[in-house]
Design a protein around this ligand. Structure first.
Ligand code: APR
Length: 287
């Protein structure tokens, strides 16, 4: 794949319809751990233990400790220049749409226009009833959810330190369901984080938005695949779908050797920190 900034800039300036597929690597230099690879979350905490409906049913206290901690971590760091650059691109280019796998809320805090930011895996800051028959939902809820779990500010982890969460959870009080938030609507069930767990379907609204964009008559000029290992479906599938609509592929990833996933045949591969590369790549349009 070309690593030629010039040819990428030329293509970007001609592009009308551009997609960005975002992953945890976009937020890495803000200080949030990714999932796979060095320091990734799933290495210290097995995803099967926590990010599934079964895990929540089995041990909601442990699950809430994990998600409360991730909410706390996400709020204790700042969006980085890449989040802001993508938000600026959305304001300058009407045909630009961001499909984000990230639940950390950083794109939102960088004022990314919400009508062009589709959160494929939900967000840590939505709460919903754990019984899907109940439609209770609370959006942008940033207060501590579980008082017993409120991490005192003086104990806030410095940004960028990936604490082995399992230790900190052991240190936290063990919780019974009485300590955990219950749905104020049906009163019976526990509240859960508004994120998509393994084995769950992505939000219908978001899937349809992505489908409509991909099915629109005009071709797609470019998809930027930023900070994702492209191993989780259906998100990873958008790369092939965009390519099938004529899109050229621009990969931005710390690892130059392509981890498995559809983006190996990227037309451009820019290896390095997204926070540094993305503003550079978008300069011709965002200035
Ligand atoms: N800049 C660019 N890329 C980076 C950086 C960085 N500073 N740091 C890490 N990366 C790259 C890694 O090389 C890796 O390819 O970001 C990618 C992160 O991949 P994952 O940790 O697998 O995260 P992601 O692809 O977002 O995971 C997808 O899996 O666990 C589920 O739902 C969760 O949304 C998540 C999904």
């Amino acid at each position: 794949p070309q690593t030629d900034l010039e040819s990428f800039h030329t293509h970007l300036k001609k592009s009308k319809r551009v997609l960005a597929l975002l992953g945890a690597g976009l937020s890495a230099s803000s200080g949030l751990p990714t999932f796979r690879g060095a320091g990734g979350l799933w290495r210290s905490v097995k995803s099967t233990d926590l990010a599934t409906p079964q895990a929540f049913a089995r041990n909601p206290g442990l699950s809430w400790q994990f998600y409360n901690y991730r909410r706390h971590m996400s709020l204790s760091v700042e969006p980085n220049p890449a989040h802001y650059a993508l938000a600026k691109l959305a304001r300058k280019m009407p045909g630009f749409v961001t499909l984000s796998q990230n639940v950390d809320g950083l794109s939102q805090r960088a004022d990314h226009p919400s009508d062009r930011l589709h959160l494929l895996h939900g967000t840590l800051f939505d709460l919903k009833c754990s019984d899907e028959r109940c439609d209770y939902r609370e959006e942008n809820y940033t207060d501590p959810v579980v008082p017993a779990l409120a991490i005192p500010a003086d104990q806030a982890q410095p940004a960028g330190s990936v604490v082995d969460i399992s230790d900190s959870m052991v240190a936290l009080p063990s919780l019974t369901t009485y300590d955990l938030p219950h749905c104020p609507e049906c009163k019976r069930n526990l509240l859960r984080p508004g994120v998509v767990w393994f084995g769950e379907a992505l939000p219908e609204v978001v899937l349809n938005k992505a489908k409509d964009y991909l099915a629109a008559p005009e071709n797609i000029d470019l998809i930027m695949v930023i900070g994702t290992s492209a191993q989780v479906w259906p998100a990873a599938g958008y790369i092939g779908q965009a390519r099938a609509r004529g899109a050229r592929v621009c990969v931005v990833n710390m690892d130059s050797d392509a981890p498995p996933g559809g983006w190996k045949q990227g037309d451009w591969m820019f290896a390095g920190d997204a926070a540094v590369l993305v503003p550079e790549l978008l300069k011709p349009v965002i200035g």
